[in-house]
Ligand binder design. Structure first.
Ligand code: FAD
Length: 388
């Protein structure tokens, strides 16, 4: 059995599957992916029918990265023959005094030449009578927003990685990592693997994996949840009649048209309690669900109906909610990515960036905002700002 590879990817969730795909496009059978559970398991962050994808973001850096994300998904779609993005249009809406300022989004999109429409409450309700808004509410509509089909996209990344020669191991926890000169030794219960470059994409287990290299980040793991509702008028929430949406305030709510289940999906962003990845449970939190139902009852009442199911999931939050995409200091042949609870839309693009860092040592994209060197990641108890 082959034990030496040029590249190993630790973790085959959203980001790691993306990295395995992009690495294998250039390095084929020199790529090994290692996953502790079954492929497509639901204990991490990346497995559901849908995640929001959007160009609408709060900084030009994220808007530019989102443009590259659409391009990366398009490459995957072309090569795999699987559709993984569905454009529905997206509405960000808020009251004028909301905690998340729509102006920041307007500025960032204008700076990046991304077209969007400013809509008042009447216009929003004229286009989508599913919303019941008060007159002071404003919205931004961006037509390219939509659904990244998470589970399908992960499967497509892995299918293509294997087709391009990569080996993907499931049920293989990594139990230690050591670097020695130009070599990285990755230890599993089934023995040791060696590589020249290691990519860590361990999601909520990031600190455990980084801990093998003596690093700990001030991450908070929260248990989040999404709920599918059996709307009595599900047809009104079909993807060609209803956009993805985000209520830009604290608490922040978001939702989807009907996709993958028989009714629309809604959730609160970063509304979950801190947990650990190994001790969390899978029981829905009734208080969190009540908040979502109250929001829907007020602003999108037709979406409500009997609960189809609530699915729990984890966020790995950095204190500033910015990603980590960087070499590990002191271990330059190890690269790490952490998604900060909003990375799925970028999973293929982050995979591409990780592959470039591993293959070429650098990338044309400025990764400074996602550096491990930022002061907030060095603080023991940093201030947290999750609503951006
Ligand atoms: C409810 C919810 C809604 C979200 N909504 C959106 C959205 O609308 N838009 C958006 O862009 N993003 C969204 N996100 C965030 C996005 O889904 C995550 O940022 C992204 O999926 C993170 O992927 P990951 O690969 O980092 O983590 P994961 O998918 O958790 O993958 C990490 C993998 O590493 C494996 N692993 C860890 N340690 C080891 C080890 N020692 N050995 C072997 N394997 C290991 C784990 O088993 C796991 O499979 C949402 C997340 C949640 C939970």
């Amino acid at each position: 059995m082959k034990r030496n590879y040029e590249y190993i990817v630790l973790g085959l969730g959203g980001l790691g599957s993306g990295a395995a795909y992009w690495l294998s496009r250039r390095a084929g059978s020199e790529v090994l992916g290692i996953e502790q559970f079954e492929l497509g398991h639901v204990r991490g962050e990346s497995e559901d029918h849908s995640r929001i994808i959007r160009l609408s973001y709060h900084t030009p850096a994220y808007v530019e990265l989102a443009k590259l994300a659409y391009d990366a998904w398009a490459t995957l779609e072309r090569e795999s023959g699987d559709q993984v993005v569905l454009r529905t249009g997206g509405l960000d809406f808020a009251k004028p005094d909301s905690l998340i300022a729509l102006d920041t989004y307007r500025y960032a999109m204008r700076a990046c030449n991304v077209p969007f429409e400013d809509l008042d409450a009447d216009e929003i309700m004229r286009r989508w009578p599913q919303f019941t808004l008060t007159h002071e509410i404003q919205g931004l509509f961006q037509e390219q927003s939509g659904i990244a089909m998470a589970a399908r996209a992960n499967a497509a990344h892995r299918k293509m990685a294997i087709a391009q020669g990569a080996t993907l191991l499931d049920h293989t926890p990594v139990i230690n990592i050591a670097t020695k000169g130009d070599e990285v030794i990755v230890e599993t219960r089934d023995g040791r693997y060696r590589c020249r470059k290691l990519i860590i994409a361990a999601g909520p287990w990031s600190n455990k994996a980084l801990g093998f290299l003596g690093m700990e980040l001030p991450l908070e793991i929260t248990r989040e949840q999404v709920t599918y509702f059996a709307s009595p008028d599900a047809a009104a929430f079909a993807p060609d009649r209803f956009p993805v949406w985000i209520w830009m305030d604290d608490p922040c709510f978001y939702g989807f048209p009907v996709f993958g289940e028989a009714g629309p999906k809604a959730a609160q962003d970063a509304g979950g309690k801190p947990v650990t990845a190994d001790t969390r449970n899978f029981e829905p939190d009734p208080d969190n669900l009540r908040g979502v139902e109250e929001f829907l009852a007020r602003y999108i009442p037709g979406a409500l109906g009997p609960i189809i199911y609530t699915k729990t999931c984890l966020y790995t939050l950095t204190p500033d909610r910015d990603f980590v995409i960087d070499h590990v200091p002191g271990h330059e042949n190890v690269v790490v990515a952490i998604g900060a609870g909003h990375a799925f839309k970028f999973a293929s693009q982050i995979g591409r960036l990780l592959s470039e860092l591993a293959l070429d040592g650098d990338t044309a994209v400025d990764l400074e905002p996602f550096s491990l060197d930022r002061p907030i990641l060095k603080m023991k108890n940093p201030p947290k700002s999750y609503m951006v």
